[in-house]
Design a protein around this ligand. Structure first.
Ligand SMILES: O=C(O)CCC(=O)C(=O)O
Ligand SMILES: [Fe+2]
Length: 242
């Protein structure tokens, strides 16, 4: 029996379209796999490919409802995480307009935000960069001090939730998901949303809320799918220009 008060193995509400493409569409990374939609993102911009209709529908809705994107969202990453998989603390690349919308489906997870190492007043313990622009070794020991009121925080990513972040959260923080099947959400900025009633389909599929012996945590027992929707402002329609 787990000590966690939220057991999450729901794989409901993941559109079939996610698993329709051939296996070759998935790019396997060390700790997750992903599908890239919308084209290839280069330093200098996007070599575009049209989004499939179902993703167009999703991104149009995100764009309309949020009013935060100056033009049509043209790039989507679909990340798939097994319960013990995550994504290292990183910042999204400079090619993107600095607003990101993340639609979460399947199992819940906690996203941790930590101020960029350049905002740390205590010694910098970050390692070198690795995959993409992820940074190794970023930790919050609790005793770290940060400039200008920056401090680490966490957000619970409940299934069917949409997280949009921009401005300081985009440019001054790294975001990541721990590669552990248990995520603490004590103190998360939206903690109350995590303890609220679960959608009926979750309990039908066997998820349960049990009282916790050691704090508030989510036991991830199922797959999580996220749709990371972004806009690349510079679009190159030709690979080479003569
Ligand atoms: O899966 C998530 O929620 C985060 C994905 C992400 O940060 C990214 O694709 O850059
Ligand atoms: Fe990211």
């Amino acid at each position: 029996m787990s000590n966690c008060d939220l057991i999450c193995n729901a794989e409901y509400q993941v559109p079939v379209q996610v698993y329709n493409p051939p296996v070759s569409k998935w790019k396997s990374l060390k700790n997750r796999r992903l599908q890239n939609w919308g084209g290839i993102v280069h330093e200098k911009g996007l070599l575009p490919q049209e989004l499939p209709p179902w993703l167009k529908k999703v991104t149009e809705k995100v764009s309309e409802e949020s009013g935060l994107f100056p033009s049509t969202i043209n790039h989507v990453l679909i990340n798939e995480y097994l319960p013990d998989q995550g994504i290292m603390p990183h910042q999204d690349g400079p090619a993107y307009y600095p607003v990101v919308a993340i639609l979460s489906l399947g199992s819940a997870a906690v996203m941790d935000f930590v101020p960029h190492p350049s905002l740390r007043t205590s010694p910098d313990t970050s390692g070198g960069g690795c995959e993409d622009n992820e940074l190794n070794g970023v930790s919050d020991s609790g005793s770290d001090k940060w400039l200008n009121n920056h401090r680490p925080f966490s957000v619970v990513l409940m299934p069917r939730s949409l997280l949009i972040f921009k401005d300081d959260a985009y440019s001054s923080y790294l975001h990541g998901i721990r590669d552990s099947s248990i995520h603490q959400y004590d103190g998360a900025v939206n903690e109350c949303e995590a303890v609220g009633p679960q959608p009926p389909s979750v309990s039908e599929e066997g998820d349960e809320a049990v009282s916790s012996g050691n704090g508030k945590c989510i036991h991830r027992t199922g797959t999580r799918i996220s749709l990371t929707c972004r806009l690349v402002l510079k679009v190159h329609h030709k690979l080479f220009k003569f």
